[in-house]
Every structure is written in structure tokens, then in C-alpha cells.
Unconditional design. Structure first.
Ligand code: UD1
Ligand code: CA
Length: 448
């Protein structure tokens, strides 16, 4: 029978090294907060109940954790990782199942790795710890093993020289039956070098109770913990490199991979081509055959099949580009549905708009969607031709097949198949320029 799963996410630390008004775990990696990454991991591996442990000083973390639907436990003061998990005891009083401890500042653990921790429990271990081979073990806790059994975790500050030579380290993830976990935690003391209640002491305590612990080994890159802005940059780099590899493996061409920035949820189908210096904010999906030319920025949009974007385009939230449509250089779109094969090729702003199929929007066209108080909609029917430098003062509807002359300030609806002209009539004065130049030149010479 599958056991119920709970997670305790530790986020009560002070995070002073970030030098930020924002708590550390709310800083973003790949377009979402570290806290949200860890929450997503827990959801992804079938955890039903999540308790986030926060300090009184982390009001922003508390609010974010609540917004993400987590239970809150307050740890005040912060007396160590064991003390932190114990703070969640009341939240889990009625819970019977497996408790897994996760750190909110360790965002990149993959679901597959967390599942292996659960598998170790299913296969009979009482406690499973996620470990890794550290390049430089430094301050990490060392995993002491005997055959396949994990017999203790020794913090670096408590370790003997022989133990310090061990490179197998503790990631912080630990999973055990909730009764065992809390029973052991109630017996942890702070009689150690840091004067803290170490979560890691539960391994030896549970061993004395006759429980067996094991270590599951993950990659060092995924257990990377963030303490500083530099660490944050390393986590971002690790995420970006993994995502670039993932999309390329799925059949996407990246012309200059290191310059393409993805978000955690970017979805790209095969045979999409992405040029250099393209940035994806959250919520972008790109269908097969599309080309994203260099220096384009996309967020919250759907890029249809065979669409062409950029170079230098900004595609903002709510944009849906229909099959074969185009948004060219220096084009900005927002909340715009652009129909099949329609073109917005140059220097335009299209916002709060519904554009039909086969529409041509001339260079420099602007939807004037905002009156200083409210946003209004522009609707353009199939096959319409919008002359260059049109200002479409919304709300306004351009009928199917209509044709707008260049430079119009269009304030009234234009019927289907009509010509819409909204500019002053041109006046030509024969010989005027020649007379003007002669008069000006004469005046200038008289002054000398
Ligand atoms: C901990 C582990 C160590 C492991 C390392 C991995 C212990 C005793 N040590 O050490 O074996 O190799 O993580 O990164 O567990 N926190 C609280 N309340 C507290 C203390 C910490 O919520 O009172 C939170 C922190 O915000 C952080 C996490 O727990 O998210 C880890 O705490 P930290 O002090 O960084 O532990 P380490 O000393 O790095
Ligand atoms: Ca740490």
C-alpha cells in the first residue's frame, strides 16, 4: 500500500548573504522563486501535505507559501535544522505516513531523483537520505556508510580528519516515517560545536531504535544550495544549461545556446529554430516550424506553427500568434490574437486586439488601446489591409476585407470591404519651395 506523503520545507533561515530586502528563497531561478520550485517538486512526486517552516522575520516567505497553498509553521528562534522540522510537528499531528524534509534554498532537485528516495523506502529502508559526491565537500555533512547502510551523518564541524576525507555528502533531503522522524527529533540535543539541534542526528538515534537508513545518490548540480547572489547565478546557469540540452534533445535548433534564456515552463516543439539572444519569460509555448529570430523577448504567449518572430520583437502576455503569422522587427504585441497568415512586419504596437486571418498590418501601425483609465479593444476582420502609420483608436472595428489608407487616425468603425481614410487632404503649391528658398537666402545675405 502506498503511504501518504508529507513534506516539510525549511525556509526559516536568515539569508543575510543575499543582501536583499527580499528573503532568499523568493529570489527567482528560471523565472520562478526557489520556494515555488521546491513546492513544485513536492507536488510532482505526489506529496499531499506540505508544511513550510518560516521565521518571524520572513513575512514575505509566509505570504508566498500561503499563496502557494502550503501550511505554515513558525520557528522562532532558529535553533537548527532539527529544531526547524520539529516546528512542523503540530501541523502533522494527524498525519500518518512518510515525511520528507526539503530545503527551500535548494531549487533544482529533479522529480526523478526525489522518486528514487521514495523507492528506497518502498524497498524496505526506514530512512532515506539524498546524498551526492561533492567536488569540494567543505562544510557539508558527511555520510558514514557501512555496506548499503547509512549509519550516521557527521557535520563537518564535528568530523574527525578521516571523516572529513569522505566525499559522500548530505544534500539535506531526508525521508522517514513521520512517527519515527518526530520521535527521533524529540531526542536530538544541541550538545555540539554549533550549539544547534541537528536534523542529521536522527540517523544515529533511529539506528539505536533498530531502524535502517540508506543513502540515495544524486548529482551535485541538482543539490546545489543557494546562499549568495553568486550561488544564485550558479543555480540559474545549471538550470539554463539543463533546459538548453533538454530542448535540443527534443529537436529544437539553438543557433547560440549559451545566449538563449528559458523559463521553468517554456514549451517548445521540435523543428523550431531559435536565434541568438532570445529570452523566454514564463508561460511561452512554441509550435513546430516556428522561427524566433535574434534579440526577441517573449512572455506568456502561444507561438503557432510556422510563425516567424523578430528579430527584435517583444511578444507580451496574452499574445496568440496563429499558424504562419509574422511579427517582425521592433514589433510589440500584448493581449493580441493574431490570425493565420497575418503579418505585423515592422515597427508596430498591437495591444488588446483581435486580428483575423490574412490581415496585413503596415509599418508603424499603433493600436491606441489606453485612454489613461481603461483599455479598449481593436478588432480587425479577415483579409483587411491596414495602411502604414495607422493609429487605430480603440474601441474600433475594421471590417473584413477593408482597406485603410496610410497615416489615418481611425476613430470610427470601418465597414467590410470599405476604404477608410482619415487624414487631411494633400495640397500642392506649384513653385512654392523655390520661392521660399530664394527669399530665405536673400534675407541671410542682407544680414552679413
Ligand atoms: C545542512 C546539513 C548538512 C548538509 C547541508 C546541505 C544539518 C545539521 N546539516 O547544513 O548535513 O550537508 O545542510 O546544504 O542539517 N533552517 C531553518 N531553521 C534553522 C536552521 C536552518 O529553517 O534553525 C533552514 C535554512 O533556511 C536552510 C536549511 O534549513 O534552508 C539548511 O540550513 P543551513 O543552516 O544552511 O544548514 P547547513 O549548515 O548548510
Ligand atoms: Ca546551507
Amino acid at each position: 500500500m502506498k503511504k501518504a506523503r508529507a513534506a516539510v520545507i525549511l525556509a526559516a533561515g536568515k539569508s543575510t548573504r543575499m543582501k536583499s530586502a527580499t528573503s532568499k528563497v523568493l529570489h527567482d531561478v528560471g523565472g520562478r522563486s526557489m520556494l515555488s520550485w521546491v513546492k513544485a517538486l513536492a507536488d510532482n512526486v505526489g506529496v499531499e501535505k506540505i508544511v513550510c517552516v518560516v521565521g518571524e522575520a520572513n513575512a514575505d516567505v509566509r505570504a508566498a507559501a500561503e499563496a502557494l497553498g502550503m501550511d505554515i509553521a513558525v520557528q522562532e528562534p532558529q535553533l537548527g535544522t532539527g529544531h526547524a522540522v520539529l516546528a512542523a510537528k503540530d501541523n502533522l499531528a494527524d498525519f500518518d505516513g512518510t515525511v520528507t524534509v526539503l530545503y527551500a534554498d535548494t531549487p533544482l532537485i529533479r522529480p526523478a531523483t526525489a522518486r528514487r528516495v521514495f523507492e528506497a523506502l518502498d524497498e524496505g529502508a526506514d530512512v532515506a537520505v539524498l546524498g551526492f559526491e561533492a567536488e569540494e565537500p567543505a562544510a557539508y555533512g558527511r555520510l558514514i556508510t557501512n555496506g548499503d547502510e547509512l549509519t550516521a551523518i557527521v557535520e563537518a564541524k564535528e568530523a574527525s580528519p578521516e571523516q572529513l576525507a569522505i566525499r559522500l555528502c548530505n544534500s539535506g533531503v531526508i525521508s522517514a516515517n513521520s512517527k519515527d522522524m518526530f520521535s527521533a527529533l524529540s531526542r536530538v540535543t544541541n550538545d555540539n560545536a554549533k550549539g544547534e539541534y541537528y536534523l542529521t542526528d536522527v540517523i544515529e538515534i533511529l539506528k539505536a531504535d533498530g531502524r535502517k537508513s540508506v543513502a540515495v545518490i544524486g548529482d551535485e548540480a541538482e543539490v546545489l544550495g543557494v546562499n549568495s547572489r553568486y550561488d544564485l547565478s550558479l543555480a540559474e546557469k545549471a538550470f539554463q544549461n539543463a533546459k538548453r540540452k533538454e530542448v535540443m534533445d527534443m529537436g529544437v535548433t539553438l543557433r547560440e545556446p549559451a545566449s538563449v534564456v528559458f523559463a521553468y515552463d517554456t514549451q517548445i516543439e521540435n523543428d523550431v529554430e531559435i536565434g541568438a539572444n532570445v529570452v523566454f519569460g514564463p508561460g511561452v509555448s512554441v509550435k513546430t516550424g516556428a522561427v524566433i529570430h535574434p534579440f526577441s523577448h517573449l512572455e506568456g504567449c502561444v507561438i503557432g506553427k510556422d510563425v516567424s518572430i523578430g528579430p527584435f520583437a517583444r511578444i507580451r502576455p496574452g499574445t496568440i500568434m496563429g499558424e504562419g503569422s509574422r511579427a517582425g522587427n521592433f514589433v510589440e504585441t500584448k493581449k493580441a490574437v493574431i490570425g493565420k497568415g497575418s503579418k505585423v512586419n515592422h515597427l508596430s504596437y498591437v495591444g488588446d486586439a483581435e486580428i483575423g486571418d490574412g490581415v496585413n498590418i503596415g509599418a508603424g501601425t499603433i493600436t491606441c488601446n489606453y485612454d489613461g483609465y481603461n483599455k479598449h479593444k481593436t478588432i480587425i476582420g479577415d483579409g483587411a489591409f491596414i495602411g502604414t502609420h495607422s493609429s487605430l483608436v480603440a474601441p474600433v472595428t475594421i471590417g473584413k476585407g477593408a482597406f485603410l489608407g496610410s497615416g489615418g487616425v481611425i476613430t470610427k468603425d470601418v465597414p467590410e470591404d470599405a476604404l477608410g481614410l482619415a487624414r487631411a487632404k494633400q495640397v500642392n503649391k506649384d513653385g512654392w519651395a523655390k520661392r521660399y528658398h530664394a527669399a530665405q537666402a536673400k534675407r541671410k545675405n542682407q544680414k552679413k
